[in-house]
Design a protein around this ligand. Structure first.
Ligand SMILES: Nc1nc2c(ncn2[C@@H]2O[C@H](COP(=O)(O)OP(=O)(O)OP(=O)(O)O)[C@@H](O)[C@H]2O)c(=O)[nH]1
Ligand SMILES: [Mg+2]
Length: 457
């Protein structure tokens, strides 16, 4: 049923974290008080949220780059920066979100499958704020003169794939004209023939009428006993389960077998009920088709009475001549819009408000932690790794203490050991992204005992 898909790729970046502040308390008569630099604010996340109001990914066709707000910097007097706002991107229900491989741009990981109204997933987390200098106090360093810069948020491409869900389904006996109707109402071109079961797989068509736009599914014909597996239609009843509106098509000529339209109408409703009681209660619009064939008037009246008695709207049309179709299309559009509104207003308590997908988060962390050593020349080494590169960017290289602190962090992660194992010697050049420094060897660490985590948890 999802042969109609819409795919687009967008670039998302969370907000960068604000910088931590380096500051000291100022008080009257106290020349230099203790450190009081606040932390930087967290950058906003980019969030994808499913919305019942949307029916396409058209918003992402022309705009491809989305950035959340950055966190503001920390200030003196322990004032922390403000967190950046999340950027919420709305997509239709039935949208699958995948992370793309940065190198090949091939789908790498499915982040989320958003099927319910309001369901959300974080697709680009914001960077954490840098810590102010109050965090770097140790017994031997009472007045830390450095703070941490904010964490730059990561940026990457994701793929959005919308699996079209039908708003209305054409249901009825074989050969009543379901495919002819969808062909007339939309650009869908299903197979149409004079014999039953022409339609073997469901077809989807996008109908535009007035201001309305909706998706109609044409499914294979149902017969008596379909709910028990007779004919082809039973496996498609499953698809109808997800559509909000049923367009019940009845052949007013009675077909080759000269069936009674009213009886056909009852049989189909019975099959729906037998399959799932709830399906029989589903909003229905009754469509009397082939009204161009003479001698149908009396039967049309009888069917109309039955439909109205059941509480359904009724329309007499001809897929052949097009008579009555515009009215039908508008009425279906109105009803679909109404049902969508109802759906949007129904608070769905069970809809999980998704936070960062745990599996994806775990994979990203592992990727972040990994690093490798590359020998660029006899005495030049490069450390490559996302997490480590980010740490370097967060460091104020003008500040000696901050650099010493970074070296300590790198040592804790095992970079020194890895360099040593690769053959790096004291005095060799070590490069990380755009920075370069002399390797000092894995000996004494001025910060031993300092309680810090090299990677935030
Ligand atoms: N006279 C007349 N014939 C129609 C009309 N609509 C459809 N037909 C004819 O009815 C036959 C069956 O039409 P389809 O559209 O294939 O019917 P269907 O309901 O999709 O059939 P299945 O896919 O087998 O369930 C074809 O020969 C159509 O040309 C109509 O409004 N008037
Ligand atoms: Mg058909």
């Amino acid at each position: 049923m999802s042969q109609f898909t819409d795919i687009c790729r967008i670039n998302v970046k969370g907000g960068d974290g604000g910088a931590g502040c380096m500051s000291f308390r100022r008080e009257a008569y106290v020349p230099k008080g203790g450190p009081d630099g606040g932390d930087g604010g967290r950058g906003g996340n980019v969030v994808i949220q499913a919305s019942a109001q949307l029916s396409s990914l058209i918003d992402y066709r022309f705009k491809h780059h989305f950035r959340a707000e950055r966190g503001t910097h920390g200030q003196g007097s322990r004032r922390d920066g403000k967190n950046g706002e999340d950027l919420v991107l709305k997509v239709p229900m039935g949208t699958v979100v995948r992370e793309l491989d940065p190198e090949t741009q091939e789908p790498l990981f499915e982040i989320a499958d958003l099927t319910r109204d309001g369901e959300r997933a974080i697709v680009a987390p914001g960077g954490t704020g840098g810590r102010g200098n109050t965090h770097f106090v140790t017994p031997t360093r009472r007045a830390p003169t450095f703070a941490e810069k904010g964490e730059p948020a990561e940026e990457h491409w994701i793929e959005l794939e919308m699996k079209l869900m039908a708003d209305a389904a054409l249901v009825g006996m074989p050969s009543v004209g379901k495919s002819s109707l969808i062909a007339r109402m939309s650009a869908a071109r299903p197979k149409i023939a004079d014999y039953p079961f022409t339609t073997l797989v469901p077809n989807l068509g996008v109908v535009r009428a007035g201001d309305y736009s909706y998706v109609v599914a044409d499914v294979p014909g149902l017969i008596e006993g379909a709910s028990e597996g007779r004919g082809l239609g039973h496996q498609f009843l499953r698809h109808i389960e997800r559509t909000a509106l049923i367009m019940h098509v009845v052949d007013m000529t009675g077909g080759f077998e000269g069936r009674d339209p009213l009886e056909d109408y009852r049989i189909i409703n019975e099959e729906l009920r037998a399959y799932a009681a709830e399906l029989a209660e589903r909003p229905q619009i009754v469509v009397a088709n082939k009204c161009d064939v003479s001698g149908a008037t009396e039967k049309v009246e009888a069917l109309k009475r039955a439909a109205i008695e059941d509480g359904h709207e009724f329309f007499a049309v001809s897929a052949l001549t097009g008579a009555g179709l515009q009215t039908l299309m508008l009425a279906v559009g109105e009803r679909v819009a109404e049902l969508r509104r109802e759906l949007a207003n129904t608070p769905d308590d069970s809809a999980p408000v998704e936070q960062l997908d745990e599996q994806w988060e775990r994979r990203r962390r592992e990727r972040d932690r990994a690093f490798k050593i590359v020998r660029e020349a006899a005495d030049v080494w490069r450390v490559v790794g996302r997490g480590i590169e980010r740490m370097c960017v967060q460091t104020d290289w003008e500040n000696e203490d901050a650099v010493i602190y970074l070296q300590h962090r790198l040592q804790r992660i095992g970079v020194d050991d890895a360099l040593e194992a690769a053959g790096c010697k004291r005095g060799d050049e070590v490069r990380i992204t755009g920075y370069s420094f002399a390797y000092e060897g894995a000996d004494d660490d001025p910060f031993v005992g300092l309680d810090d985590e090299p990677f935030e948890e």
